[in-house]
Design a protein around this ligand. Structure first.
Ligand code: PMT
Length: 406
């Protein structure tokens, strides 16, 4: 694997020597790019000796560019790792700046980028840094959590560079998560002839003829699962809330609007299915009595109260049936991801739950996602990747989990 290691200015820069050693020992080809700040802390020659390549540090050096131009260098790696990633570099990446070689390469590449931040604890906690990180995560950067403990400045807190061995593992996992799952090849054997019922998208709960309560679900996750399952040879029924997506003709699509309609459609279809996957973002409540005419704004009335009643819990209902299909739910959480997902797994009596963090704009609407898959006895972390790829890994995990219990 070709790894481009970016080293930015920070006292932890010396630890990246160990990282290069680990990469090289594992048989990877490593090229190092240093920022001017990094060179204040460590000599390029040390990286050159360990990587076996001259260190690149300039965008405008004709000699360096003559060997391999910066655009060519941006295409060379399978993955870019920035360790340590300073607060300054995070800010520049967030802004899309290209005023040095490293940031230019990051702008000019379509390869995955892993960031291992390291900085003083207050710089780490600063709202500016946290906002930069959130934005970068939403754009698909993979970001490691820094370590906690005594810092070079004498303070104690979060902001230490993760251990080189952990950065090494995170790099390998990131690249592995982007490869087609080898188990995908044997999947058609498992899924052929199986019937999958999948819900996707939002539900819209009407307030009056022109207004409704909805949510941000685009349907991308559920549709990706439906496509992957059809590709693996399964018979797929997709019950979808209102979204702007198309599906292959081999998939039987049922369009619904409200949670109640989705529930009725699931009731009609669940009995013949082997696996039910509930990826839809179903409204927990609906308007008790939607108005038949458009609600008018009334002069002098500053408040408007809408009465809501609970919708049926569709996935819970399916899990209560006998016989029942293998039931997979999703959990969209903004905090305590694993704890809340475990709670839903048990409370709704599901066979599996796919937990996704939806804080800071993640999960909903995006093309990529990250999932924590949980059953009573198994657990798998699917790192951030396109939903189309996650869908395949999810189907592999479901197939393995069902096979294990048979
Ligand atoms: O559609 P995308 O833009 O691609 O975004 C994907 C997603 C974030 C919507 C998806 O990955 C996801 O997390 N879907 C579930 C969202 C959700 O409603 O989660 P929840 O924690 O509120 O519900 C838990 C489970 O119960 C879900 O499987 C849900 O489908 C189901 N449920 C919820 C309420 C209800 N009345 N009936 C249900 O069946």
């Amino acid at each position: 694997m070709n790894i481009l290691l970016g080293v930015t200015g920070g006292i932890a820069a010396y630890k990246s020597l160990e990282l290069v050693r680990l990469f090289v020992k594992a048989g990877h080809d490593v090229q190092v790019v240093m920022t001017s700040g990094a060179k204040e802390f460590i000599q390029p020659l040390s990286f050159q000796a360990l990587s076996g390549h001259p260190v690149r540090d300039s965008l405008f050096d004709a000699n360096q560019e003559a060997g391999m131009g910066h655009i060519e260098l941006a295409r060379w790696p399978d993955v870019i790792v920035i360790a340590p990633a300073s607060a300054e570099t995070l800010a520049k990446l967030r802004m899309g700046r290209a005023d040095d070689l490293l940031t230019t390469l990051c702008l000019a590449t379509d390869r995955p980028i892993l960031l291992a931040p390291a900085m003083n604890r207050l710089m780490w906690q600063n709202a500016a840094t946290q906002e930069n990180l959130e934005m970068l995560a939403n754009r698909g950067f993979e970001i490691m959590k820094p370590g906690s403990g005594e810092q070079a400045c004498g303070e104690v807190g979060e902001g230490r560079l993760p251990e080189p061995a952990d950065i090494f593992s995170a790099t390998e996992s990131l690249v592995a998560s982007l490869q087609p799952d080898p188990a995908w090849q044997i999947l058609p054997e498992f899924w052929k002839g199986k019937h999958l019922l999948i819900t996707a998208g939002p539900t819209f709960e009407d307030i009056d003829p022109v207004r409704f309560i909805g949510n941000k679900s685009s349907g991308k996750m559920g549709y990706a699962i439906a496509e992957a399952a059809a590709q693996a040879g399964a018979e797929v029924t997709l019950i979808t809330g209102p979204v702007a997506l198309k599906v292959s003709e081999t998939i039987r699509k049922v369009s619904v609007r409200s949670a109640q309609q989705m529930f009725e459609s699931v009731q009609e279809n669940y009995a013949s299915c082997d696996v039910f996957i509930s990826a839809a973002a179903v409204a927990d409540y609906r308007i008790s009595k939607p108005k038949l005419q458009k609600i008018k704004k009334t002069d002098g009335q500053d408040d408007l109260t809408l009465n809501l009643v609970k919708n049926p819990d569709i996935v819970k209902w399916v899990a209560e049936q006998t016989p029942k299909p293998y039931v997979v739910g999703f959990a969209a959480e903004t905090e305590k991801l694993e704890t809340y997902a475990q709670d839903k797994l048990k409370r709704k009596n599901l066979d599996m739950i796919c937990a996704n963090s939806v804080s800071g704009g993640k999960g909903f609407e995006q093309d990529d996602n990250a999932l924590l898959l949980l059953t009573e006895s198994r657990q798998k972390n699917l790192l951030r990747a396109p939903k189309t790829r996650l869908a395949k890994s999810l189907l592999v995990f479901i197939a393995e989990s069902i096979s294990e219990t048979e």
